[in-house]
Design a binder for this molecule. Structure first.
Ligand code: 5GP
Ligand code: MG
Length: 180
């Protein structure tokens, strides 16, 4: 039923990054990536669903030609908690052979999702693969992998908004927040 996955009313929202914080950081990232890839054939691979907002903002801050594609993964168990068992349920459509791939995701937590995606995309023989995430929670990492571009490094808190969900909702909230 509509609204049933909304948070209980006794929890309060705490903003971690405002719309202004996000805009200025995404602009910086877009500039940096444009500089780093100015002589390359860049393909952004956006991981759905969480990264749709970040990707849309980031690619509009890029000033170089860029191909954009999407991939969906699923992990067993709860949507927000990865296990080592990550499946690719929707593949990219672009041919990335000999191209420079930048994987874009909302958040890197355990890193299981990213590791699986990197290994999978490597089998398609791109020229290079790098990782860009809006949020990084390094204290939660379970694999030996770090993002190359990070919006904000955060402690171990559960994030909502700016593409990130709680239950079925909140992805459309334009700032980044947590519940206390
Ligand atoms: P990982 O595989 O790195 O553990 O996490 C991958 C996915 O788990 C992220 O792409 C995201 O969808 C989800 N996730 C991880 N941490 C959070 C969080 O703090 N909030 C939300 N809403 N999702 C998260
Ligand atoms: Mg995700």
């Amino acid at each position: 039923m509509k609204g049933e996955n909304r948070v209980e009313s006794n929890k309060s929202e705490r903003t971690l990054f405002s719309i202004e914080d996000i805009n200025s950081r995404v602009k910086e990232l877009g500039g940096l990536i444009s500089k780093d890839y100015k002589d390359n054939n860049l393909v952004v691979v956006s991981l759905l669903r969480g990264s749709f907002i970040f990707t849309a903002d980031l690619v509009r801050k890029m000033t170089i030609p860029v191909e954009i594609d999407f991939m969906t993964t699923s992990s067993y168990g709860h949507d927000e908690i990865s296990t080592g068992n990550v499946n690719i349920i929707h593949d990219i459509r672009s041919d990335i052979k000999d191209k420079d791939v930048l994987i874009v995701d909302d958040i890197m937590d355990s890193g299981y999702t990213m590791k699986r995606v990197v290994e999978y995309l490597k089998s398609k023989k791109p020229n290079s693969i790098k990782i860009c995430v809006m949020l990084d929670k390094p204290s939660r990492r379970k694999v030996d992998l770090s993002p190359d571009y990070v919006g904000f490094t955060i402690p171990d808190v559960f994030i909502v908004g700016y593409g990130l969900n709680y239950g079925d909702y909140y992805r459309n909230i334009p700032h980044i927040f947590t519940f206390d």
